[in-house]
Each structure stands twice: as structure tokens, then as C-alpha cells.
Write a protein that binds this ligand. Structure first.
Ligand SMILES: N[C@@H](CCC(=O)N[C@@H](CS)C(=O)NCC(=O)O)C(=O)O
Length: 203
């Protein structure tokens, strides 16, 4: 398998963590879709990472689809429950975490626009999404070691990656404040080699 990823992409990090947890061998193709010489549009018409190229040559994107594909390979530990309704709940947590990451990415890109083009209103709207999302994650995490079941799964990985991305790009939000269950969950996740080994480079 080959994974097209940039080292700073939180969505790609989610997949790299799942591959590490499952100990699945893969070739990492570091490619930033923002660079002019990127090959990503050749494997994903949307020009986004992550993209997984399976051993049979089929290309999979985006990160929730890749996570679903990896589950079909049967390598433990399971990141999605076998029960279909339970799996939907885990995917819901994945969607919530990705939505927080989406809002953070949108706010970051907006904040980097030149004076006169930047909209503080757009940034504020995204920050509100982040805050509501983090509140919802806290409600779910309260009283639990892991978000679904008795071991970390796709939902935990996605939430951990989203929170780590907030640490990297929006530390001023101080998401730990008022979210003790989430802070404890993040501590458990960040201590795992799969998270430690995929820490994005500064910049
Ligand atoms: N929903 C997608 C989001 C992927 C995404 O937005 N990736 C960013 C990198 S963090 C990207 O490749 N952006 C390039 C672009 O939008 O042109 C997923 O979960 O994989």
C-alpha cells in the first residue's frame, strides 16, 4: 500500500495513526497538494490528501473512506465495531472530529488572507463551530476511558488528531479549559507511539 500524505495534514495523520495501530506496512509518499509539482491530482481528482493506493492499484479517499477500507483488511485492533449501528456511532464521532478540524483549517486559511480580504466574521463563525464541537466531545468523553467500547478506535483517533491540531494552530482557544474528560483522553492518546511518531513538524 502507498499513502499520499503531507506531514502536516491532520486527516492524513489520522490514517497514519490507524496504519501504525494496526501495524500495516505501507509506503509513505510525502506530497503537499499546495506545491506546484504535486502528483496528488493524478490519484485524487479533488487534489487532497490523504489518498491510499491499495495493493491492487485502487485509489481511496477521503480519510473516512480510507479508514473503512483499512478495516476490511481484517488487521487487529478493530477501529470500527462489527455491529452496523455501533459502527455508525463511531463514524458520527469521526465526522464530529473532522468537522472541528475542517473549521480550524478554514479559520487558519482565512486568517492568512491579506488585510482587506480577510473576514473576521468568517473566522469567528468557524471558532464557534470548534467550541461547540469540543463541548460535544467533552459530553461524550465524560465518564469514559475510550469514546466507544473498551479500546481506542476510529472515534478516539479522530478526536485526538483534531485536538492536537487545535494545540498546533489554535492554542489560544485553550480547549483543555473546562473539558477535563477530553484533556484526560488526549493525554492517554498522545502517549501512544502511533501519535508520538506522527507529530507534525512545526510550521
Ligand atoms: N475530508 C477530507 C479532507 C482532506 C483535506 O482537506 N486535506 C487537505 C490537507 S489538510 C488538502 O489536501 N487540501 C488541499 C486542497 O484543499 O486543495 C479527508 O478527511 O480526507
Amino acid at each position: 500500500m502507498k499513502l499520499f500524505a503531507s506531514l502536516t495534514s491532520p486527516y492524513a495523520r489520522k490514517i497514519r495513526i490507524i496504519l501504525a495501530e494496526k501495524k500495516l506496512p505501507f509506503e509513505l509518499v510525502v506530497d503537499s497538494p499546495w506545491e506546484s509539482n504535486t502528483q496528488v491530482p493524478e490519484v485524487n481528482p479533488l487534489g487532497k490528501v490523504p489518498v491510499l493506493i491499495a495493493d491492487d492499484g485502487e485509489a481511496y479517499f477521503d480519510s473516512p473512506v480510507i479508514a473503512g477500507y483499512l478495516e476490511t483488511l481484517g488487521a487487529p485492533p478493530a477501529m470500527l465495531p462489527v455491529d452496523a449501528r455501533e459502527a455508525v456511532r463511531v463514524r458520527q464521532t469521526d465526522a464530529l472530529a473532522d468537522g472541528v478540524t475542517d473549521a480550524a483549517v478554514t479559520a487558519l486559511l482565512e486568517s492568512r488572507r491579506p488585510d482587506g480580504e480577510r473576514s473576521e466574521g468568517v473566522i469567528a463563525r468557524q471558532i464557534e463551530k470548534i467550541k461547540r464541537g469540543v463541548d460535544a466531545m467533552e459530553t461524550h468523553a465524560a465518564g469514559r476511558t475510550w469514546l466507544h467500547g473498551d479500546a481506542p478506535g476510529l472515534g478516539d483517533v479522530a478526536v485526538g488528531v483534531a485536538l492536537a491540531y487545535l494545540d498546533l494552530r489554535f492554542s489560544a482557544i485553550d480547549w483543555r479549559n473546562g473539558h477535563p474528560a477530553l484533556a484526560a483522553l488526549a493525554e492517554r492518546l498522545f502517549a501512544r507511539p502511533s501519535f508520538a511518531d506522527t507529530t507534525p513538524p512545526a510550521g
